[in-house]
Design a protein around this ligand. Structure first.
Ligand code: SF4
Length: 152
Protein backbone atom coordinates (compact mmCIF):
# COMPACT_ATOMS: atom_id res chain seq x y z
CA UNK A 1 0.00 0.00 0.00
CA UNK A 2 1.09 3.56 -0.31
CA UNK A 3 0.88 5.83 2.71
CA UNK A 4 3.58 7.92 1.12
CA UNK A 5 2.30 11.35 2.04
CA UNK A 6 1.64 10.23 5.60
CA UNK A 7 5.05 8.76 6.33
CA UNK A 8 7.77 11.30 6.99
CA UNK A 9 11.40 10.31 7.17
CA UNK A 10 12.78 12.41 9.99
CA UNK A 11 16.34 11.13 10.06
CA UNK A 12 18.40 9.06 7.71
CA UNK A 13 20.44 6.95 10.11
CA UNK A 14 22.27 5.12 7.34
CA UNK A 15 21.59 4.19 3.71
CA UNK A 16 19.25 1.48 4.92
CA UNK A 17 17.89 2.71 8.24
CA UNK A 18 15.53 5.61 8.83
CA UNK A 19 13.72 7.19 11.73
CA UNK A 20 10.18 7.86 10.52
CA UNK A 21 6.89 9.24 11.73
CA UNK A 22 3.41 8.19 10.68
CA UNK A 23 1.74 11.58 10.65
CA UNK A 24 -1.83 10.58 11.50
CA UNK A 25 -1.03 8.71 14.70
CA UNK A 26 2.32 10.40 15.39
CA UNK A 27 3.84 6.93 15.69
CA UNK A 28 7.62 7.00 15.44
CA UNK A 29 9.21 3.92 13.95
CA UNK A 30 12.62 2.87 12.75
CA UNK A 31 12.42 1.47 9.24
CA UNK A 32 15.21 -0.87 8.13
CA UNK A 33 15.52 -1.95 4.53
CA UNK A 34 15.47 -5.73 4.43
CA UNK A 35 18.71 -7.30 3.13
CA UNK A 36 16.95 -8.98 0.21
CA UNK A 37 15.53 -5.64 -0.97
CA UNK A 38 18.63 -3.46 -0.59
CA UNK A 39 19.56 -3.50 -4.24
CA UNK A 40 15.98 -2.79 -5.28
CA UNK A 41 15.72 -0.02 -2.70
CA UNK A 42 18.91 1.64 -3.97
CA UNK A 43 17.22 2.36 -7.28
CA UNK A 44 15.54 5.77 -6.91
CA UNK A 45 14.39 6.34 -10.49
CA UNK A 46 10.74 5.45 -9.98
CA UNK A 47 10.45 7.03 -6.56
CA UNK A 48 11.86 10.25 -7.98
CA UNK A 49 9.33 10.03 -10.80
CA UNK A 50 6.48 9.48 -8.32
CA UNK A 51 7.03 11.82 -5.37
CA UNK A 52 3.66 10.78 -3.93
CA UNK A 53 4.95 7.23 -3.40
CA UNK A 54 6.13 6.04 -0.04
CA UNK A 55 9.93 6.21 0.02
CA UNK A 56 10.03 2.49 0.80
CA UNK A 57 7.80 1.31 -2.00
CA UNK A 58 9.46 -0.26 -5.02
CA UNK A 59 8.30 -2.16 -8.04
CA UNK A 60 9.19 -5.82 -7.73
CA UNK A 61 12.23 -6.54 -9.91
CA UNK A 62 10.34 -9.28 -11.75
CA UNK A 63 7.65 -6.76 -12.67
CA UNK A 64 4.90 -8.63 -10.88
CA UNK A 65 3.83 -5.94 -8.44
CA UNK A 66 5.17 -3.82 -5.64
CA UNK A 67 7.10 -4.55 -2.49
CA UNK A 68 7.50 -2.82 0.82
CA UNK A 69 11.27 -2.88 1.22
CA UNK A 70 10.97 -2.39 4.99
CA UNK A 71 8.05 -4.70 5.61
CA UNK A 72 9.59 -6.16 8.80
CA UNK A 73 9.84 -2.75 10.44
CA UNK A 74 7.21 -0.51 8.88
CA UNK A 75 4.55 1.45 10.76
CA UNK A 76 1.91 -0.52 12.60
CA UNK A 77 -0.76 0.99 10.35
CA UNK A 78 1.00 -0.61 7.39
CA UNK A 79 1.01 -3.99 9.09
CA UNK A 80 -2.62 -3.78 10.10
CA UNK A 81 -3.98 -2.51 6.82
CA UNK A 82 -5.45 -5.34 4.76
CA UNK A 83 -4.66 -7.57 7.68
CA UNK A 84 -6.63 -10.61 6.63
CA UNK A 85 -4.76 -12.07 3.70
CA UNK A 86 -4.01 -15.16 5.76
CA UNK A 87 -4.91 -16.45 9.20
CA UNK A 88 -2.68 -19.00 10.90
CA UNK A 89 -3.88 -21.56 13.44
CA UNK A 90 -1.87 -23.91 15.63
CA UNK A 91 -2.58 -27.60 15.99
CA UNK A 92 -5.06 -26.92 18.80
CA UNK A 93 -7.06 -24.68 16.47
CA UNK A 94 -6.05 -21.42 18.14
CA UNK A 95 -5.38 -18.50 15.87
CA UNK A 96 -1.74 -17.61 16.44
CA UNK A 97 -1.16 -15.10 13.70
CA UNK A 98 -2.31 -13.32 10.63
CA UNK A 99 -0.56 -11.97 7.59
CA UNK A 100 -1.23 -8.55 6.09
CA UNK A 101 -1.29 -7.59 2.45
CA UNK A 102 2.29 -6.38 2.72
CA UNK A 103 3.35 -9.95 3.68
CA UNK A 104 4.17 -9.11 7.28
CA UNK A 105 3.18 -11.27 10.21
CA UNK A 106 1.07 -9.98 13.08
CA UNK A 107 1.50 -12.40 15.95
CA UNK A 108 2.35 -12.57 19.61
CA UNK A 109 3.45 -16.19 19.29
CA UNK A 110 7.23 -16.45 19.59
CA UNK A 111 7.56 -19.81 17.88
CA UNK A 112 5.51 -18.71 14.89
CA UNK A 113 7.36 -15.40 14.73
CA UNK A 114 10.68 -17.25 14.65
CA UNK A 115 9.48 -19.71 12.04
CA UNK A 116 8.07 -16.92 9.89
CA UNK A 117 11.31 -14.96 10.08
CA UNK A 118 13.52 -17.97 9.35
CA UNK A 119 11.44 -19.86 6.80
CA UNK A 120 8.81 -17.61 5.28
CA UNK A 121 10.17 -14.07 4.91
CA UNK A 122 12.87 -15.15 2.47
CA UNK A 123 10.53 -17.10 0.21
CA UNK A 124 11.02 -15.94 -3.35
CA UNK A 125 7.83 -15.07 -5.14
CA UNK A 126 6.55 -13.48 -8.26
CA UNK A 127 3.24 -12.18 -6.97
CA UNK A 128 1.30 -11.95 -3.74
CA UNK A 129 -0.82 -14.89 -4.85
CA UNK A 130 2.26 -17.00 -5.49
CA UNK A 131 3.84 -15.90 -2.22
CA UNK A 132 0.71 -16.72 -0.22
CA UNK A 133 0.64 -20.19 -1.75
CA UNK A 134 4.29 -20.86 -0.93
CA UNK A 135 4.05 -19.34 2.53
CA UNK A 136 0.94 -21.42 3.21
CA UNK A 137 2.77 -24.61 2.18
CA UNK A 138 5.75 -23.81 4.40
CA UNK A 139 3.49 -23.14 7.37
CA UNK A 140 1.38 -26.23 6.72
CA UNK A 141 4.47 -28.42 6.54
CA UNK A 142 5.40 -27.12 10.00
CA UNK A 143 2.01 -28.17 11.38
CA UNK A 144 0.10 -24.93 11.15
CA UNK A 145 -3.29 -24.65 9.50
CA UNK A 146 -3.67 -21.64 7.26
CA UNK A 147 -6.66 -19.96 5.72
CA UNK A 148 -5.99 -17.63 2.82
CA UNK A 149 -8.73 -15.06 2.44
CA UNK A 150 -7.85 -13.10 -0.59
CA UNK A 151 -5.47 -13.79 -3.41
CA UNK A 152 -5.27 -10.40 -5.16
S1 SF4 B 1 3.69 -0.81 3.70
FE1 SF4 B 1 5.80 -0.15 3.30
S2 SF4 B 1 5.71 0.80 1.28
FE2 SF4 B 1 3.60 0.72 2.06
S3 SF4 B 1 3.28 2.68 3.09
FE3 SF4 B 1 3.96 1.23 4.64
S4 SF4 B 1 6.22 1.54 4.72
FE4 SF4 B 1 5.49 2.43 2.81
Amino acid sequence: MNFGELIRIERELSHTEFSCRFLITNEVFRARVMPEWRETFASMAEVDAHPEWCRFLRRSPDGSGFVCTVHDTNASICREFRCCMMRIYDQAGRQVGKVGGNRSLISGDEELTRFFRDRVVGIGSTSLKDWLGKAGKALSSAGYRVVIYDEE
